[in-house]
Ligand binder design. Structure first.
Ligand code: SF4
Length: 95
């Protein structure tokens, strides 16, 4: 029987070329609707959104470029969403 591999382990195979000078996703840090924020926090498969003490934070490093946050947010938490510039971003190693 094949060994089960956790999601975190699978994500660890990916290679990220981080562009520290350009955050390809921008959020509205002043947005306050907790229910809408929690939807985005829960939806991000990479766990890049945090909601603590009534404040949402985000780091674009480690983004899988899946677009889920853009769709779930509906323009409320995510202010702008673009792909990273060429050469930056994720390279999938597990399909
Ligand atoms: S694009 Fe996907 S991985 Fe990147 S921040 Fe949004 S939900 Fe998370």
């Amino acid at each position: 029987m094949a060994k089960k591999v956790s999601v975190d382990d699978k994500l660890g195979y990916n290679v990220f070329h981080t562009d520290e000078s350009y955050a390809h996703i921008e959020i509205d840090k002043d947005y306050k609707n907790e229910e809408e924020i929690r939807k985005v926090v829960l939806a991000c498969p990479a766990g890049l959104y945090k909601y603590e003490n009534g404040e949402v934070t985000f780091s674009h490093e480690g983004c899988l470029e899946c677009g889920t946050c853009r769709v779930v947010s509906g323009g409320k938490v995510v202010k702008s969403w673009n792909h990273p510039y060429g050469g930056a971003g994720v390279t999938y190693m597990q399909g």
